[in-house]
Design a protein. Structure first.
Length: 485
């Protein structure tokens, strides 16, 4: 299965000496090296290394690396279980950390099952005609819980070791039974998967290009009266935290997109540049301008991810979490431009991406000589190299995998409206209004102190005594200072 090849690549890279510092790190939880995919981020450096690993490994498999979902889920659960315990006096965090030791020790591949079927979007979970539209608790027992319901759009569930199930939305008290989070093996009794694999093209030849070897699989996950052992339950009825856990995962995942989607831009940029060379138009000014569009998308999104890491914060669970404003901005940028990037590739490549004759036609005696003359547009390329280039462009542009990349580019990590809500919550519009009032001469001054003292953490470099010294030098009272460490 192409998706298995993607996950296999992540395990291979962990054994590669050149990738070791990036793909593997030391875990204080188990006292030994562990995969970065199963690591709780402790600093801006960890978040930047995560972005770099996602971007570089995604390039190698032609798109989604798939392991970021498990990483984002365990980081979200560590934070939320600690917050529930501090508020409710429960013991979820300790239970989760025990699970995480197992997760790291066994190098588990986990996928996050967040998106519920949802049913009628205008009704809350407890109001649905079909209660299985959301995963919910049927029964609480001494040693565990019984759950039923359906999750959908779950990438790599068919070949993941574990399903990490969390809520998908804000909940009210009447939705208490829908406030549930747990982790369970994907082949556990009572779980059914309805799976749709997606890849570029089936290829049995020994010289298949790497792009053809990789893909994804999307699953509907049906929980039919499934028993979840107590030690694997990390939320059970705490409806007040449904929204918090849902957003912790979503915002962490949007930060991951600041590594994933630049990789897609890298791939599309390389393909467009290669197509321009094959068309012998690489030096034409409008082509150069189009290629710069790919660079702008990739590096602005990646820069937003780095800014999110540098301006992140330490949570009560001692997990370092990215800045929400920058994470959502990076995700929003790539989502808005993904279709434009495919359009740029088409403008440079031309219609051949959709009309290229088949490989068999290039091999058949009665057609291959004509096609060999047809396919060469740049005399520096042989007919066979030209065919390989245009075949690559065709499947990158018109295959089921390309359609998946386009839709995932817009909707992966949550619908675009959620990015808007996050930005409206995090962005200081009132301060901008005050700035406009000052520049318009309505107000006599403008208080810039909050942002003046909002500094990146760099992990260790900002110390409180440094802040106090600077405050003294500047005569600042500290009333507008935002503490970020």
């Amino acid at each position: 299965m192409p998706g298995v090849n993607v996950v296999g690549t992540t395990y291979d890279l962990a054994q590669d000496r050149e990738w070791k510092n990036l793909a593997v790190t030391h875990s204080s939880i188990v006292g030994e090296e562990t995969s970065r995919w199963s690591y709780l981020s402790q600093s801006p450096y960890d978040l930047i290394q995560k972005l770099k690993l996602i971007r570089m490994s995604s390039r190698l498999v032609g798109g989604c690396i798939q392991r970021c979902m498990g990483h984002d889920a365990i980081n979200a659960l560590a934070i939320c279980t600690k917050e529930i315990d501090l508020t409710k006096g429960t013991h979820y965090f300790e239970r989760f950390m025990d699970y995480l030791r197992f997760y790291q020790k066994n190098d588990i591949d986990g996928c996050c099952a967040q998106t519920d079927a949802k049913g009628d979007r205008l009704k809350r979970p407890s109001q649905q005609m079909n209660p299985d539209a959301y995963v919910h608790i049927l029964e609480e027992q001494r040693d565990g819980i019984i759950v039923s319901g359906m999750k959908m759009n779950i990438t790599q569930a068919a070949y993941a070791d574990e399903l990490i199930v969390i809520p998908t939305r804000a909940l009210k008290e009447n939705d208490r039974n829908y406030a549930v989070a747990f982790a369970i093996p994907a082949d556990w009794e009572g779980i059914r998967l309805i799976t749709y694999p997606v890849w570029t093209k089936e290829c049995a030849s020994s010289d298949c290009p790497p792009l053809f070897k990789y893909g994804v699989a999307e699953s509907v996950v049906v929980f039919d009266h499934v028993f979840i052992p107590k030690e694997r339950v990390f939320m059970c009825g705490e409806w007040e935290f449904g929204h918090r856990l849902a957003l912790l995962f979503a915002d962490s995942h949007r930060h991951s997109y600041c590594g994933c989607k630049p990789a897609v831009s890298d791939i599309l940029c390389g393909a467009a540049s290669l197509a321009a060379q094959a068309n012998n138009i690489e030096s034409v000014s409008h082509v150069q301008q189009k290629l710069s569009e790919f660079a702008g998308v990739a590096e602005l999104a990646y820069a937003a991810g780095i800014a999110a890491a540098l301006y992140g914060e330490v949570t009560s669970a001692e997990v370092f979490f990215p800045n929400l404003k920058y994470a959502n901005i990076g995700r929003r940028l790539t989502g808005r431009l993904i279709y434009k990037e495919y359009n740029l590739l088409t403008e440079i490549a031309g219609g051949i991406a959709a009309t290229l004759p088949s490989y068999e036609d290039f091999q058949a005696e009665e057609t291959k000589h004509d096609l060999q003359k047809l396919i060469v547009r740049n005399g520096d390329f042989s007919p066979e190299m030209s065919r390989k280039i245009w075949s690559f462009i065709q499947y990158l542009s018109t295959s089921p995998m390309s359609a998946w990349n386009e839709v995932a580019g817009v909707h992966g990590g949550g619908s675009p409206i959620m990015e808007t809500l996050a930005l409206n919550q995090e962005y200081d519009y009132e301060s901008r209004k005050k700035l406009a009032r000052y520049l318009a001469g309505i107000d006599s001054d403008y208080d810039n102190s909050a942002e003046l003292w909002d500094e990146p953490t760099f992990g260790e470099s900002l110390k409180e005594n440094k802040r106090e010294n600077l405050r003294s030098l500047m005569g600042c009272t500290g009333s507008h200072v935002k503490k970020v460490i």
